[in-house]
Design a protein around this ligand. Structure first.
Ligand code: DGT
Ligand code: CA
Ligand code: CA
Ligand code: ZN
Length: 580
């Protein structure tokens, strides 16, 4: 038996309040439980101690009856009263009341009369038009419940990392492309914009018959459950990661406008609608219409933006952060960096430190992707936990790199290091070793707890070492897992610009560091960047695409990214940068 914590106790009290409301009890009884829940939630003292010392009922708002129940719950891990009460109601009804604007009375009617036992079933009932048939409900309340369900999901389902979702979305997209009659298909939503996290997956396809596509889609092995199906939209939940996918299928003439609509972002759309209005046009989910109602033919998104007198705006830029003004004035960069521009991958580990694949395996993987070089940057000696290399180990590693470079053709392993930036700002190797390396990335891996001034000084100090080429994962954040360490990014980027230190855009899905906003800050200062994969196994080379996406979202052009250069030029440019 696990002892319930304060949060669990508060939850039980709130549940009891809701169940009493469903039961139609005197409102003052249910309110007593809510008041007690509030009181306990706000306690600064230890709840267990209060209960043991019999002081709980002395608190204002908590009577003897409730104090006894809390005590029972804390000491036995169960509460008989709660279990009995719950058994009087259909399963799932407590989940239903979590939907915004769905009160206990209505939730109970839905559970009893339609047998809905949870939010998924509720959504299905709404989409099938079964809710509007109940007395006391209508089309309006059905739509309102659906909106509530969406909000419920948005606030509860954790957002997923871009890099985590992309592979499964691409698999689904491939299967949709081969479904009966499909003409065009694409991902949409935040995934297409390459946002760092995504709430759900949006897919858009064109085909003469949506039903045939939905049938095929529903049978895909990734799909666990169909949660809603209408004329043009089918929503499913995937087996993997409890992820929702919305697929829209439309006639091909509507594909471009639908793709645009479901790519978002909402902020970008709001601005576009305003602009369209000034031109006597109306943009909606259903296309672009003139004021007189005639629908315009929009073959693709380039045409879409042209109709508004703008340059084409790539999806990664559609966030209303200045892209609309730039596109209207024709000053949106046309040479944003692409995957095709990338000559080599930066930042790879092998079995020499904490990587899972040998140098040769890494080289072959890079070769298979058509990369011309891969910078091998193991950890340095201070990183004991990550198999950091001693200076002596490096020389032996270089022999193996030479051997692999002779064996694996078309791709070159560059001799590098990811050297720790120590607490003092000094680097973890002697200058004598660092100067022999082709690529020196400096990163912070320990002592994240320093304050902003100390951390900023640590980084600025590291930039004074002329052998440092690249600052690795500059803020150390792990998305949804670890806050960035505090650092004055302006000062760091100012000095990087001044001293020719290149900054990494790390493509590891949980890092994406620099992040989009910092990429823009760096570019405004003329800082050069590399896109990296931070690979610890061969398959991590795929991370490069996420680094490129993040760089694009920060408006990086081909010329801003140094690993668009061939290997030899890449190495000499890193040195020249520091010498200037
Ligand atoms: P997410 O899923 O939270 O990561 O973010 P999105 O952007 O993918 O949002 P989602 O899935 O709710 O909707 C996909 C796109 O559809 C969204 O980016 C813009 C469009 N859209 C959805 N609802 C609305 C709306 O109420 N108004 C407008 N203008 N567009 C909407
Ligand atoms: Ca989405
Ligand atoms: Ca969606
Ligand atoms: Zn690192």
């Amino acid at each position: 038996m696990t002892t319930p914590d304060k949060t669990a106790v508060v939850q039980v009290l709130r549940d009891i309040s809701l169940l009493l409301q469903m039961k139609g009890e005197n409102p003052f009884r249910s309110r007593a439980y809510d008041t007690a829940a509030d009181r306990i939630a706000g306690l600064s003292e230890d709840l267990g101690a209060l209960v043991r010392e019999g002081r709980l009922q002395e608190l204002p708002g908590i009577g003897q009856a409730i104090a006894d129940k809390v005590s029972e719950l804390l000491t036995t891990g169960k509460l008989a009263y709660y279990d009995t009460l719950r058994a009087e109601f259909p399963p799932g009804v407590l989940e239903l009341v979590q939907v915004p604007d769905l009160g206990p009375k209505k939730a109970l009617v839905l559970a009893r009369q339609l047998g809905v036992d949870g939010v998924d079933a509720l959504e299905k009932a709404c989409r099938e038009g079964r809710v509007r048939q109940l007395s006391g409900f209508g089309e309006k309340s059905e739509a309102k419940i659906l909106a509530g369900v969406e909000l419920y999901r948005r606030t509860r389902t954790p957002r997923r990392l871009l890099g985590e979702v992309m592979p499964v979305a691409e698999r689904l997209l491939e299967s949709i492309k081969t479904a009966p009659g499909v003409i065009r298909a694409s991902v949409g939503g935040s995934l297409r914009r390459r946002a760092e996290t995504v709430g759900d997956v949006d897919l858009i396809a064109s085909a003469p018959d949506a039903n045939a596509v939905f049938d095929a889609f529903s049978r895909a092995p990734e799909v666990a459950q169909v949660i809603g199906r209408g004329e043009s939209k089918c929503s499913v939940r995937l087996r993997e990661k409890d992820l929702q996918v919305d697929l829209r299928v439309l006639p091909d003439e509507d594909f471009a406008t639908a793709l645009h609509h479901f790519t978002g972002s909402k902020a970008h759309h709001v601005r576009l609608r305003g602009l369209a209005h000034e031109r006597g046009l109306k943009i909606s989910e259903w296309g672009i219409h003139r004021d007189d109602g005639t629908k315009l033919h929009v073959p693709d998104e380039v045409a879409f933006y042209r109709l508004l007198g703008m340059q084409y705006i790539p999806p990664e830029l559609r966030e209303d952060t200045g892209e609309i003004e730039a596109a209207l004035e024709g000053r949106l960069p046309e040479d944003l960096v692409t995957m095709e521009d990338i000559q080599g991958a930066v930042h790879a580990h092998s079995t020499w430190s904490d990587g899972k694949n040998s140098l040769e395996e890494m080289a072959r993987a890079a070769q298979a992707l058509g990369l011309k070089f891969l910078t091998v940057t193991e950890h340095s000696q201070a990183a004991i936990y990550a198999g950091g290399l001693k200076e002596d180990d490096l020389r032996r590693q270089w022999d193996e790199i030479d051997r692999v470079n002779d064996t694996v053709k078309g791709v070159r392993l560059l001799k590098g290091i990811e050297v720790d930036i120590l607490e003092s700002g000094a680097l973890d190797y002697s200058d004598g070793v660092l100067e022999k390396l082709e690529v020196v990335i400096g990163s912070i891996h320990v002592r994240h707890g320093m304050d902003e001034e100390q951390m900023t000084r640590r980084l600025l100090q590291a930039f004074d070492n002329p052998h440092l080429h690249i600052l690795g994962h500059p803020t150390g954040r792990l998305i949804q897992n670890r806050e960035p360490y505090p650092v004055r990014m302006e000062a760091v980027l100012d000095k990087a610009a001044e001293r020719g230190v290149v900054v990494e855009v790390n493509g590891k899905p949980e890092r994406l560091d620099l992040k989009t906003e910092h990429v823009r800050m760096a570019l405004q200062r003329g800082v050069k960047l590399v896109v990296s994969c931070d690979a610890h196994r061969a398959s991590d080379l795929a991370n490069l695409a996420f680094a490129v996406a993040t760089a694009r979202r920060g408006w990086a052009r081909r010329g801003d990214i140094l690993n668009t250069l061939p290997a030899e030029q890449f190495i000499t440019t890193l040195r020249k940068q520091r010498a200037a």
